[in-house]
Design a protein around this ligand. Sequence first.
Ligand SMILES: [Zn+2]
Length: 166
Amino acid sequence: MFRVGVGWDRHRLEPGRLCTLGGVRFADCPVGPLGHSDGDAVVHAVIDALLGAAGLGDIGRHFPDTDPAWAGADSLDLLARSRAKLAAAGWRVVNVDITLIAQRPTIAPRAAAMAAAMAGPLRVEPALVSVKGTSGEGLGPEGRGECVTALAVALLTEAGAAESGG
Ligand SMILES: [Zn+2]
């Protein structure tokens, strides 16, 4: 059996914030996503896609931003925790496809690094994590560089007996 899920997340960009997207630090970016955690909209969208596919709710249910435990959280750690929740429910990740809409930073040169960063916590090959960037054509809040928005789709399949560990 397969299950598909979709995730969407948007974070405002503010000067002086560290910019981490898809688990990759953009050290040369003068703005970064505002958020209770590290504001990594890409990873958050992936988590929502995974949880949605498994019928497990959303990121806010599992990692509420009212809980100080998740203040400044590393989103890759939340991704690993989410994958463990899927495994406990009998699911494993087949592939993930992501579109990131951002005027800044520039995504394409770092897309492969983002895929590799997320593949570890997801326990899949990097080739099964697709990261695509688009600028927003100068339109809307993304195009004005005010925010980043990420869309993700995840496909899950039932974990076999040999694959359900961890
Ligand atoms: Zn978020």
